[in-house]
Design a protein. Structure first.
Lengths: 113, 112
């Protein structure tokens, strides 16, 4: 069946370092991927997305890389800040015209001073 | 602009009871989806509504139902509550079929 998995449940980084969160997906037909950040007690917050016709997309301090060959994507956060501490989910929306997001279990990012 | 809003924020029910959760999408958004997030896991898709019609359903029992109103707000109903229904229920909206989904803060349901 479909699944989206994450390699590490917890990632600890020092403030100012770069963070890399990885994610694997199984549906080779998926064409739209989203990264969400979820802070304690809140709903998921959109960070960045990428379509399957791209292999890289950059935002403010964040970059998403997509490798369709090995069905892997990653989220890179530059100069990680304490406010970046949260659980990060990658989500696979499958076809672009469906609302069914398939989430992984999440990676908890802890930022130390 | 206001984001997706949900009510109530917290709810405590007992087994066998029924619950109704409410969601107001971002202004202008016509698509609403519901997700269940059990503690320590990622959200699981329950329903999608677009233009007041059900467009998708996840692997949830018939005890779960939903509807969308003419103003695009939505309600999620859960009958005959079980302890396992305790979770954060999230609503997400998007403008159309080729737009990003934005989530509300969720309703935390505890079934005792």
């Amino acid at each position: 069946g479909e699944s989206v998995g994450l390699h590490l449940p917890t990632l600890s980084v020092q403030e100012g370092d770069n963070s890399i969160i990885n994610c694997a997906y199984s549906n080779s037909a998926s064409d739209y991927f989203i990264w969400y950040k979820q802070e304690s007690g809140k709903g998921p917050q959109f960070i960045i997305d990428i379509r399957s016709n791209m292999d890289k997309r950059q935002g403010q301090r964040v970059t998403v890389l997509l490798n369709k060959t090995v069905k892997h994507l990653s989220l890179q956060i530059a100069a990680t800040q304490p406010g970046d501490s949260a659980v990060y989910f990658c989500a696979d929306q499958g076809a672009y015209n469906t609302d069914k997001l398939i989430f992984g279990t999440g990676t908890r990012l802890q930022v130390f001073p | 602009d206001a984001g997706v809003t949900q009510s109530p924020t917290h709810l405590i029910k007992t087994r066998g009871q029924q619950v109704t959760l409410r969601c107001s999408p971002i202004s202008g958004h016509k698509s609403v989806s519901w997700y269940q997030q059990v503690l320590g896991q990622g959200p699981q898709f329950i329903f999608q509504y677009y233009e007041k019609e059900e467009r998708g359903r996840g692997n949830f029992p018939d005890r779960f139902s939903a509807r969308q109103f003419p103003n695009y707000s939505s309600e999620l109903n859960v009958n005959a509550l079980l302890l396992g229904d305790s979770a954060l229920y999230l609503c997400a909206s998007r403008l159309g079929i080729q737009e990003t989904q934005y989530f509300g803060p969720g309703t935390r349901l505890l079934v005792l």
